[in-house]
Design a protein around this ligand. Structure first.
Ligand code: C2E
Ligand code: CA
Ligand code: CA
Ligand code: CA
Length: 279
């Protein structure tokens, strides 16, 4: 492990593969962490811009390492991707999200859809659909309460296979959103052909939206394009009132970001679930 500045603890180097004894040890450690439930999900609200109502939650995985404390996904997702452990971790995430929805329901709370992030390798796993549907059934959860966030990385190798899996998920009642929009190769074909209901504009376009005219133009055009294709638009990384006002004026439908709430553990979401809105 090496230090990576500003309080970030870097447990893994993202270029790791199981070539050295040390790496093999880390992989073994990672598998054990899945088995021992050292991972946890944090949740961040998604808010619509008409009445600031809560419309969804995004589940974001963290590793509660017994010695190193909370480790963020950017420090282990790439490693997991490289080693197919992402499929194992992905199954854990599907299960944990469904378990949480069932818990909130049992507590009598109003529910909103929970979105999970699914990586390209997971979409290639032929058992994904079955895993998702079995897990929903096991916790008696309607498919409408689970959403899938994918990135354009899913379509680089095999568009048709990825698209087919998504079509099946949609046919089974799950909604799919295209994440990090604008950072990939953003083929317009993706917008036209994929069974998605929304795009999430990457936060790199939101950050300077008030000062950087090209970001503002990109966001405005993206919103108009998406709306013309019948898609909803979610902006990520909204941290200030000014960004929020700009996005609302530009016709953006929903936002997510620190301005409303940082991702927090499940207990920290109960109040907003009950209240259902941020006004
Ligand atoms: P993402 O899917 O784009 O998730 C949004 C990230 O932006 C999260 O980082 C979130 O904490 C952060 N964020 C939210 N609002 C703001 C804001 O206002 N300002 C700033 N600066 N950041 C904000 P996080 O939780 O560290 O996750 C990073 C990435 O790791 C995610 O990006 C996603 O690609 C991946 N990831 C997270 N959980 C999972 C998972 O369960 N499976 C997979 N395959 N990937 C995951
Ligand atoms: Ca996401
Ligand atoms: Ca994103
Ligand atoms: Ca991302």
């Amino acid at each position: 492990a090496k230090a990576a500045g500003a309080g970030t603890y870097r447990f893994f180097d993202s270029s790791l593969n199981a070539s050295s004894a040390r790496d093999v040890e880390l992989l073994t450690r990672f598998k054990r962490a899945i088995r021992d439930d050292e991972f946890c999900l944090h949740y961040q609200p998604r808010v619509e811009l008409q009445e600031f109502g809560l419309v969804g939650l995004e589940a974001l995985v963290r590793w509660q390492h017994p010695e190193h404390g909370l480790i963020f996904p950017n420090d282990f997702i790439a490693l997991a991707e490289d080693n197919d452990l992402i499929v194992l971790l992905g199954r854990w995430v599907i299960d944990a999200a469904c378990r949480q929805i069932a818990e909130w329901r049992a507590a009598g709370l109003p529910l909103v859809p929970v979105a999970i992030n699914v990586s390209p390798k997971q979409l290639k796993d032929s058992a994904l659909l079955e895993t998702v549907m079995d897990t929903l059934a096991r916790y008696q959860i309607e498919p409408e309460l689970l959403e899938i966030e994918i990135t354009e990385g899913c379509f680089i190798e095999d568009f048709d296979t990825a698209n087919r899996v998504l079509e099946q998920l949609k046919a089974n009642g799950l909604r799919i959103a295209l994440d990090d929009y604008g950072t990939g190769f953003s083929g317009l074909k993706n917008l036209k052909k994929l069974p998605i209901y929304a795009i999430k504009i990457d936060r790199s376009f939101v950050r300077d939206i008030r000062n950087d005219n090209s970001d503002a133009v990109i966001v405005a055009s993206t919103i108009s394009l998406a709306h013309n294709l019948g898609l909803q638009v979610v902006a990520e990384g909204v941290e200030s009132k000014e960004q929020l006002v700009h996005l609302k004026t530009a016709g953006c439908d929903q936002v997510q970001g620190f301005y409303f709430k940082r991702p927090v553990e499940a207990a920290g979401i109960v109040e907003i679930l009950r209240r259902g809105r941020f006004t």
